[in-house]
Design a binder for this molecule. Structure first.
Ligand code: HEC
Length: 191
């Protein structure tokens, strides 16, 4: 994989003027908007379901709605939109590929060095054997809400634990603390 351009950006740096003249900045702005939509829609539904039905019942939101939003955004844009992690819960949809792993490791390093996890993102144009792509990842930091299903043993209620181990026997996605990086929204756009 050869990088044609590497530009690691923090949210808000790309100005409108830059977006107009630089296609990579436009791609970044568009990817950022789609990732924002994904997080807002999923976060809203998760909060609603946790407060009405409790965290065990909200598992179905993560299991059903998250891939549905990802597919709908993918179809709408003609991109591949997904959620990935270095420690996936879903062994089919969740694992990060090599480029995503590298970005997630960098996010962990930068968060440990004091960067705000909610600001971490990476955008790059890459050449892969299948073609040229714009790739983007946006870090998903663990918030108190996430601990219901991704936290340490004491944070996850017994009913939730039971359902998770039944549905995800190879679950790697527990033991997180607030502020750590759970994974990322990843966007792969053919150019
Ligand atoms: C109600 C339980 C629940 C809560 C709360 C929850 N998740 Fe999850 N999460 C899941 C389940 C279940 C999956 C597996 C979904 C699937 O099958 O694709 C998952 C998957 C993920 C994935 C995809 C990668 C993987 O591990 O397979 C990410 C990223 C993720 N969650 C981040 C978060 C973040 C960040 C929060 C808090 C904002 C959060 N989750 C809150 C249950 C939860």
């Amino acid at each position: 994989m050869r990088s044609l351009a590497t530009f690691v950006l923090l949210a808000g740096i790309a100005s409108t003027a830059a977006a107009q003249s630089d296609p990579a900045a436009t791609y970044t702005a568009e990817a950022r908007a789609a990732a924002g939509k994904f997080m807002a829609q999923l976060g809203g539904e998760l909060k609603k379901e946790i407060s009405s039905g409790g965290p065990a019942s909200a598992i179905s939101v993560c299991k059903g709605l998250a891939p549905q939003i990802a597919t709908s955004l993918s179809n709408q844009h003609g991109w591949k939109v997904s959620r990935v992690s270095l420690k996936p819960r879903n062994p089919v949809l969740g694992p990060a590929d090599a480029w995503e792993q590298q970005a997630l490791l960098e996010f962990d390093r930068r968060a440990a060095a004091g960067d705000k996890p909610e600001m971490l993102e990476r955008a790059e144009i890459v050449e892969e054997p299948q073609g040229r792509y714009f790739r983007y990842v946006k870090a998903l930091p663990v918030q108190p809400l996430c601990l219901n299903c991704h936290g340490a043993a004491g944070d996850v209620a017994p009913g939730v634990k039971e359902r998770l181990s039944a549905e995800y026997p190879n679950d790697l996605a527990t033991g997180y603390a607030n502020g750590q990086i759970r994974g990322a929204i990843s966007i792969k756009r053919p150019l």
